[in-house]
Design a protein around this ligand. Structure first.
Ligand code: HEM
Ligand code: NAG
Ligand code: NAG
Length: 320
């Protein structure tokens, strides 16, 4: 048998083993890298194609897709609860003030339509959200990473559950504690916060910092400039760093210059435990990329539902 033959046999064995439930590369909580290999082999490419087309038209959607995955996973686990529309009997997560400007739902709908044509009833909305976040990070210039799949879509989405999202007014020790409750180290929390290299926040998320700016927490010129921006109102937007559509490590540099946008960003530079990590990532982008992708894979496994607890929705906005 030639070299190619050996490779084929190894690949075939991996496919057989993975359909028998074996995982490659650590504990995946019932998820698997090869989950759609048999029933929807083009799933990853279809999502990637849809996301790339959407981001070419509107690069600011990369931030929204990454944030959508975070909000999904931190409320009730990664189960696409963030996508459900409210009904006459139920106010869903997305109608909470905590949805804070989430966008990009139509990108997920578009990918879902294409997947339903190709392999009906197979690919969950929760997996689409996880894949879309991955593809958005890469599109914006961030690391490429693979994610295990097999999440099922949950049946609950309630406005009151959004209380589980961290508030932008938490200090570093509170952030360490809330992320710690979900199994993340302080370093992983700082790495995940690096998603704020993408996108913007509205003045309502940070203007309470401006009335009496603390010079140890905010550069004076920066405070003046933010006050000008926010003169336009609570909905005025400010990018987290100067490259809002590029996934890089500039976010961490803003923190060492006291130009972090949210209190929950700047506080990472106040606590000695997290400051070292911030400085490390500001200095070494490759280290940030590596830690970020590992933390994203981990986030994508939060309270994942299996077939007995969830379903594969036909339409991501409503239960089957
Ligand atoms: C550490 C705790 C975190 C807090 C307190 C927090 C809070 C916030 C707030 C208040 C905004 C601005 C919303 C607005 O004003 O419209 C925001 C935006 C954003 N967040 Fe976070 N976040 C946190 C962690 C994360 C994580 C872990 C991710 C993803 C892995 C993430 C991704 C994003 C992105 C990409 C945006 C920009 C959204 C856009 O431009 O559309 N955040 N976050
Ligand atoms: C977010 O919630 C507000 C109500 O607080 C609602 O008007 C808005 O449509 C929601 N946004 C999305 C994208 O669902
Ligand atoms: C962080 O917030 C908690 C709760 O409000 C408070 O007890 C603690 O003193 C704060 N830590 C610092 C360093 O400000």
């Amino acid at each position: 048998m030639g070299k190619d033959g050996v490779v084929l046999v190894v690949l075939a064995t991996m496919v057989v083993m993975s359909s028998a439930g074996f995982d490659f590369g650590g504990s995946n909580g019932g998820l698997s890298m090869q989950y759609y290999v048999m029933n929807c082999p083009l799933a990853d490419q279809i999502v990637k194609g849809t996301v790339n087309a959407a981001l070419q038209a509107d690069p600011t959607l990369a931030a929204s897709l990454v944030r959508m995955h975070f909000h999904d996973c931190f409320i009730q686990g990664c189960d696409a609860s963030v996508l459900l529309d409210s009904t006459k009997d139920n106010t869903a997560e997305k109608d909470s003030p905590g949805n804070l400007s989430l966008r990009g739902y139509e990108v997920i709908d578009d990918a879902k339509d294409k997947l339903e044509q190709q392999c009906p009833g197979v690919v969950s909305c929760a997996d689409i959200v996880a894949m879309a976040a991955r593809d958005a990070v890469f599109f914006a210039g961030g690391p490429v990473y693979e994610i295990p799949k097999g999440r099922k879509d949950g049946k609950r989405s309630k406005i009151e559950d959004t209380i589980n999202l961290p508030s932008p007014f938490l200090n570093a020790s509170e952030l360490i504690r809330t992320f710690g409750q979900r199994g993340f180290s302080a370093q992983e929390m700082v790495a995940l916060s690096g998603a704020h290299t993408l996108g913007v926040a509205r003045c309502s998320s940070f203007n309470s910092r401006l009335s009496n700016p603390d010079p140890t927490m905010m550069d004076t010129n920066f405070a003046t400039s933010l006050s000008k921006t926010c003169a336009a109102g609570d909905k005025a937007e400010q990018p987290f760093d100067v490259t809002r559509n590029t996934f890089d490590n500039l976010y961490y540099n803003t923190l060492s210059r006291k130009t972090g946008l949210l209190f929950s960003d700047q506080t990472l530079y106040s606590n000695p435990k997290t400051r070292n990590v911030v400085n490390g990532y500001a200095f070494n982008q490759a280290m940030f990329f590596l830690d970020f992708q590992q933390a994203m894979v981990k986030m994508g496994k939060l309270d994942v539902k299996d077939g007995s607890q969830g379903e594969v929705r036909q339409n991501c906005r409503k239960l089957n």
